[in-house]
Each structure stands twice: as C-alpha cells, then as structure tokens.
Design a protein around this ligand. Structure first.
Ligand SMILES: *Cc1c(COP(=O)(O)O)cnc(C)c1O
Ligand SMILES: [Zn+2]
Length: 427
C-alpha cells in the first residue's frame, strides 16, 4: 500500500501546474489539477491526493501577524495549499482548550481540546470548503453539491453563497440535527431530503456529479482535505508553543474519515520537508459510535478495506456513516502512526458531552465521541498515563439543540413572584 509515513517528497510530473498535481493513491497515475473536473482516478477509480513538489516546513508558514486576510487561519498555511487565498469567512485559528478536570479524571499527562466548533459555521467543514470552493472557481463550475449528515451542507451553503454559486445538498430525511438544516436553508442551499441514510445520499450525489449537474464537495474531493489538514498544523504549532513538544496522540471522531486522512497527509508532508521526524508524528486514534463502526471493525481485524455497514444508528448523527469513503487513506494513517480505533456507546458519548460542557466547552454529540473514546482507551490501558493527548471536537453544541436539551437538566417552572422563587430554590 502507498502512503508510507516516510515516503520521500515526490518529483513533479509533466502534468503539474506550478508544482501541484493530483495522484492516485492506488496506481500512482498523475493528473493535471485544474484542467478537468475529476474526483477519482480515471484508470482504477482509486482515491486521488493533491501532491506538491515542495512541501513546506514550519518556518514557511505565515507569521499570523495580520488580524484578517491571508495571514490567519487556514490561509496562514498557504505554502502547503494549492492557492494563496480561498473563498474565506475566515476559518481556522480555533482554540486549543485546557480542560484540567477532564485531564485529571481521564488520567493523562496533558489533555487539550481542539474545538473546531468555533469555525464560522460551527464545524471543521469550513476549512475544507474555503479551499474546495476556491478550486470550483478555478475549474469554472457554477453549481456545488454535497451529501451530508448536516455540517457539510451548512458549510457548503455558506461558502457557496459567499462565492456566489448555487448549492444543492442531499440530506438523509429525519436524521439531520435542526441547527444544520436551518443553516443550509438560510444560507440558500436547495435541500433535498432523501428517504435513505447518508451513504445512499452520497451514492446519488456522486452520480449527479458524474453527470455534470454540479461540482461535488464531499470529502471524496481531495481538495477539501487540503484545507482540513491545517487542523493538524495548528495543533502541532500551538501544542509545541505550550509544552515544547508535540502531542503523543490525537483522538478524533470518524465519519467518512476525511480528517483522519487529512491530518495524516499534513504530517507526512512535514516529514517529507524534514520539519518533523517520523517518531514525532502523533498517533492517530479514531473513534466511532458503536452503531456505525466499520472503520473500527477494519482496524481491529487488520483489514485494508472496510466492510460497508448497511444499517447504522447513533445519537451522534454527524458520524452516522456506514461506508467511510476515505478509509483507504485513513487506515494507513492510523496504522503507520501506531494509532488505533475504538467504538463508544451513545451513553458514553452523552456523558463526555456533559463532561466537556461542565468545563465550558459546548460540543455536539459526534464531537464528544473523541473524549469518550479517550476515556475508554485509558481504562483499557491502551493509552498510557504519561501521554500527552489532543482530542478533536468537530462541531458546536448549538448544531444539535435537541441533543443538548436531552443531555442537560430541565428548566423548572416558577411563579412570577420573588418569595415563591425563593421557596422553590430553598423549600
Ligand atoms: C463531518 C463530521 C465528522 C466526521 O468527520 P470525517 O472527516 O468525515 O471523519 C465528525 N463530527 C462532526 C461534527 C462532523 O460534522
Ligand atoms: Zn488509479
């Protein structure tokens, strides 16, 4: 399998455009990046990856000195991206929260929470869209589309609107959290509710894209992952600034495994540039819900491919996915970094969501899976007590108000009277 952690920087093929090209991760076929619309390999249908002749070191990343514009967030990493600036709101620069009480309860040397819910539309999907919509402009397409468990549709609608393009989203009927549908709707997407799960929506929208209806911006699109790899760069830089070392492990929720793939790719590029040693790459640790855990199954059984789960169910609707399309990129990422994958129950997810909220960090259920997974791996001894860990929380609490209401306490009705309120409080 390709995607070795210590693969040298590739030489640019003739089809490269300014040192950037697309390569198939299965057969190594290369393609010009912006000439035609293409999502997978023409030869073997394998996943494509964006490659660069000259991957950057930390020194080449922007200084972050400017408060706005290209020198902040995702675009601070423009040397590692196919363009200098995208359609931006702007995204990235998310907090790396300290959570001393959870750190103590879990029992690790250090625990930080990278809260991607603090992006413009409330999830990390914005990092992918700022690059993806820029590429759509380069390709000259007029309409964008995605299948979504919710957050991709919210981000696509917002960034499509920002870029003055039409947007079409396919959602699994009845299985998308209210905040996300509201965003997609108000930002102007045309919303189709499909009588099927996310995987069925993706099958349909892939076919629509193949027939030229719209440009596909699911994480199958390799350019989206370019934006998302900047999560890994921010974690490394910020963690190093505080601890003088990189984290041992990054724990993240897994749906289509786009982030797992993207973080691994970013780290490989730093290794290629000589900016990071192989031993310094954090162990990528994926977490899925028990009711939707095909990646965990593949990792546990040592398989290179996943078995598609037809029936998936979990309260964490953002990761209610049975056929993670980026598995061929993510499985090597987990394996080659000495990471692992683990499944958690919905109740463990809700407990972790409460735990984070108690420390002021409001996340949606899928996000809390990372912390739930860390707790479980610590209990089983897979994670050591001397590890320094970053958990990724992918989306904001307000994305899924119903789940938040259910996880939180009930409001108590009281009469409109001070004495009665005092009686109620103390009585
Ligand atoms: C999209 C999403 C995920 C899944 O991420 P992948 O990169 O597809 O594995 C997890 N959590 C939230 C909140 C999401 O929106
Ligand atoms: Zn191929």
């Amino acid at each position: 399998m390709n995607l070795a952690i210590d693969a040298p920087a590739p030489a640019a093929p003739d089809c490269a455009d300014d040192g950037t090209w697309l390569a198939c991760i299965e057969c190594d076929e290369t393609f010009a990046p912006f000439e035609d619309v293409r999502y997978t390999c023409d030869e073997c249908d394998g996943l494509l990856e964006v490659r660069y002749a000259d991957p950057p070191t930390f020194d080449e990343f922007g200084s972050g000195a400017s408060a706005d514009g290209p020198d902040r967030g995702v675009w601070r990493y423009r040397e590692a991206l196919p363009f200098d600036l995208g359609v931006t709101l702007p995204e990235g620069d998310t907090p790396l929260h300290r959570v001393p009480r959870i750190e103590e309860a879990v029992g690790v040397d250090a625990l930080r929470i990278k809260h991607e819910g603090m992006n413009p539309t409330g999830s990390f999907k914005d990092r992918g869209m700022t690059v993806g919509v820029r590429v759509a402009k380069e390709l000259g397409v007029g309409a964008l589309a995605c299948a979504s468990t919710g957050n991709t549709s919210a981000a696509l609608a917002a960034y499509g609107g920002r870029g003055d393009m039409q947007t079409l989203v396919l959602l699994p009927a009845g299985k998308v959290a209210a905040g996300k549908v509201a965003q997609a709707s108000l930002h102007g997407a045309r919303i189709l509710e499909v009588d099927g799960n996310f995987d069925a929506c993706l099958d349909i929208v892939q076919e629509l894209a193949a027939r030229g209806e719209a440009y596909l911006l699911n994480s199958l699109n390799p350019f989206r992952l370019e934006g998302q790899k900047t999560i890994g760069f921010e974690i490394l830089e910020e963690f190093y600034a505080d601890y003088g070392t990189f984290p041992d492990r990054i724990v993240l929720p897994v749906g289509n495994a786009g982030n797992t793939s993207a973080l691994y790719k970013g780290f490989r590029e730093l290794v290629q540039a000589g900016a990071l040693d192989v031993e310094q790459v954090p162990k990528l640790t994926g977490v899925q819900a028990e009711g939707a855990a095909p990646m965990v199954e593949a990792v546990e059984e040592g398989n290179d491919e996943i078995r598609r789960w037809e029936d998936v169910e979990t309260r964490a609707t953002a990761i209610r996915i049975g056929n993670p399309v980026n598995a061929p990129k993510a499985i090597p990422g987990i394996r080659n970094t000495d990471g692992t994958a683990v499944a958690v129950s919905d109740n463990e997810i809700t407990a972790a969501q409460r735990h984070l909220a108690a420390e002021g960090v409001g996340v949606e259920p899928a996000s809390a899976a990372s912390v739930a997974g860390l707790k479980k791996l610590r209990r089983s001894g897979v994670v050591d007590d001397d590890e320094r860990v970053v958990c990724l929380t992918t989306g904001h609490l307000l994305k899924d108000p119903e789940a938040a209401y259910e996880a939180g306490g009930d409001p108590e009705p009281v009469p409109n009277d001070v004495e009665a309120v005092l009686d109620h409080l103390h009585g």
